[in-house]
Ligand binder design. Structure first.
Ligand code: NAP
Ligand code: F7E
Length: 354
């Protein structure tokens, strides 16, 4: 239990990811002391949190990073005992659906069993310390898979990928640990949420990034897979607030977080290219390598429960989201072009293979 006047302490797994970075900003703004779990990588993986990183030697540093991995239970236990968190947000995951077909065992080990490892560590930590810890588990609309829209908390799960099956397992671990041990675990069932920090191999960012480079003459074509799938796309900054609200509610529960509006991948492409005054058909090509062995055709969320019980609602509209991502990627493309024109040999950042 925190002493009066002390800031609340949050532990975030997956802090280097899109959501982790927005959540860390959000919690720091609320006065939390934020601790994040990062993986060791051979190159820096802290780009998304660089702007909020503070040197631990600085006075009143409220932001701390710890090396750890969901596949390493001993390390997780050690972090819990060192940090003594009031709230834990489990965002870490191999989160790419297509990759999960290629790395199914690894995805299950991180997304399903990794969550179990964290819950087991928390169960023991709570038992030994006597402290209360509130836990957020990052569930996904992918769990609904082939169940017809609109989907809400009562819609049956019908997962269509190793990623989605693993998220369903993690969801049920959450429910079971709540019922068996009285742990405060909230399952967020979040529909797709995007931002300028979205990984470059998810379809929205792949499109805004490529279309920006096409506009500036830096590339000529964009290869995509299935354009017919529908998704309910919101803004990641809005969705991390919902995660926090779930842990402020008196009882732990499961909540769908969505905008209630769906668009096809083709509609997303059309809007982006229209905004750039380009005809998408001149540039977009279909490459079957991006098709999935089993696809999720239509996701459209009904977040009535969260709107009523948490007073949560999305603030950023679909078109605002697309413009936000496009403006960011146009600026990146401009910087790349300027460097090239100045004679620098610049390679595009990363390999958008996904
Ligand atoms: P993301 O950008 O892919 O970030 C994933 C994070 O997990 C990264 O920090 C990554 O570290 C970390 N990670 C991966 N494997 C790990 C492991 N074995 N141990 C520890 N950390 C590990 O994902 P996101 O979009 O922020 O999503 C956050 C969470 O919400 C994920 O669980 C995702 O499955 C879920 N979700 C996302 C959406 C969405 O639309 N964004 C919707 C529903 C649910 P590195 O930086 O080192 O790779
Ligand atoms: O695909 C189609 C693809 O990879 C969206 C993750 O955050 O949200 C995300 O999963 C749709 C699919 O996201 C390409 O077939 C077409 O129908 O952007 P995506 P996702 O699979 O919906 C959920 C909620 C999560 O939980 C996940 O962690 O777009 N699509 N062409 C393509 N997708 C990709 N990636 N690349 C293409 O070229």
């Amino acid at each position: 239990m925190r002493m009066a006047g002390k800031p609340k302490r949050a532990l975030v797994t997956g802090i280097t990811g899109q959501d982790g970075s927005y959540l860390a900003e959000f919690l720091l703004n609320k006065g939390y002391e934020v601790h994040g779990v990062i993986r060791r990588a051979s190159t820096f993986n802290t780009e998304r949190i660089q702007h909020i990183y503070r040197d631990p030697h600085d006075d009143n540093c409220g932001f701390f990073l710890h090396y750890g991995d969901l596949n390493d239970a001993t390390g997780l236990r050690r972090i819990l005992h060192r940090v003594k968190p009031d709230e834990v947000y489990n965002l870490a995951a191999q989160s790419h659906v297509k990759v999960s077909f290629e790395q199914a065992e690894y995805t299950a080990d991180t997304v399903a069993t990794g969550t179990l490892r964290l819950f087991e560590s928390l169960r023991d930590y709570i038992d030994v310390s006597g402290c209360q810890v509130k836990i957020y588990q990052a569930g996904s609309s992918e769990m609904f898979g082939a169940s017809p829209p609109p989907q809400n908390e009562d819609t049956p799960f019908y997962p269509r990928s190793p990623y989605a099956v693993s998220k369903v397992a993690a969801y049920w671990y959450g429910v079971n640990y709540r019922e068996a041990y009285g742990m405060f675990i909230a399952n967020g069932i979040l529909f797709n949420h995007e931002s300028p920090r979205r990984g470059e191999t998810f379809v929205t960012r792949k499109i805004t990034r490529a279309a920006s480079r096409i506009k500036l003459g830096l590339q000529n074509e964009l290869f995509l897979g299935n354009l017919a799938a529908f998704r309910d796309w919101g803004f990641a900054g809005d969705y991390v607030e919902a995660m926090w609200l779930m842990l402020q509610h008196e009882k732990p529960g499961d909540y769908v977080i969505a905008t209630g509006e769906a668009h096809s991948v083709q509609e997303f492409v059309e809007l982006v290219f229209n905004l750039l005054e380009l005809n998408w058909r001149d540039y977009v090509k279909i490459d079957p390598r991006y098709f999935r062995p089993s696809e999720v055709d239509y996701l459209l969320g009904d977040s009535t429960r969260a709107r009523n019980l948490l007073q949560w609602k999305p603030r950023v509209s679909f078109e605002q989201l697309v413009r936000m991502m496009l403006n960011h990627d146009l600026e990146m493309a401009r910087q790349e072009k300027t460097l090239r024109e100045a004679g620098h040999k610049v390679e595009p950042r990363g390999v958008p293979f996904g």
